[in-house]
Design a protein around this ligand. Structure first.
Ligand SMILES: [Zn+2]
Ligand SMILES: [Zn+2]
Length: 176
């Protein structure tokens, strides 16, 4: 995912790049159940002003998450904005957040390319859901019998004896 820094100061360049998750070291952080199996797509426009390159666009992929409620796996798109200013300077100081929380990166004056990979990875990791769930309405698993409550109603007696259900039970017809 190399950005060519040798291009002149002309029109805005529209770039599209893709890479395998392994190529940018994209692995989910500890505690997040996700798998990355699809290409990572980066679409950016790049505008050069002097020695500054304004990179603006987005990064997207498709991930497989594990629902925290029902433990089923489901695929979902993952997208994030990519806003980076790459500045070529004589004495680079590294990087930090710039105005409006864009990434601001200084690179040596002679640099001819810039790797977007680490930034694409970081943006995707920040966009990961903390508690992935397959649907908003997912009812999860019964804590007693493990039945997937999305697929079938739970029949275990423990749940009927749960005192939290007492109020509800008074509203139901008596079972034989
Ligand atoms: Zn679920
Ligand atoms: Zn149950």
């Amino acid at each position: 995912m190399k950005l060519d820094l040798s291009a002149g100061e002309d029109a805005v360049r529209e770039l599209q790049m893709e890479a395998a998750p392994a190529a940018v070291n994209l692995v989910p952080p500890k505690g997040v159940e996700a798998r990355f199996e699809h290409e990572i797509m980066v679409r950016v426009s790049v505008r050069r002003v002097g020695e500054e390159f304004f990179v603006h666009g987005e990064v997207a992929t498709n991930a497989v998450f594990t629902c925290v409620r029902c433990l089923s796996e489901y695929p979902a798109d993952l997208k994030a904005d990519l806003e980076i200013i790459v500045h070529r300077v004589t004495a680079p100081q590294g990087q930090g957040p710039g105005a409006d929380l864009e990434s601001y990166v200084e690179v040596p004056l002679g640099a001819s390319e810039f790797d977007l990979g680490p930034h694409a990875r970081e943006a995707l990791l920040l966009a990961l859901p903390q508690t992935p769930h397959c649907t908003e309405a997912c009812r999860g698993l019964c804590p007693h019998c493990g039945v997937d409550l999305n697929r079938e109603p739970c029949r275990c007696p423990e749940q009927r004896n749960d005192p939290r259900w007492d109020a509800l039970r008074t509203l139901l017809p008596v079972e034989n």
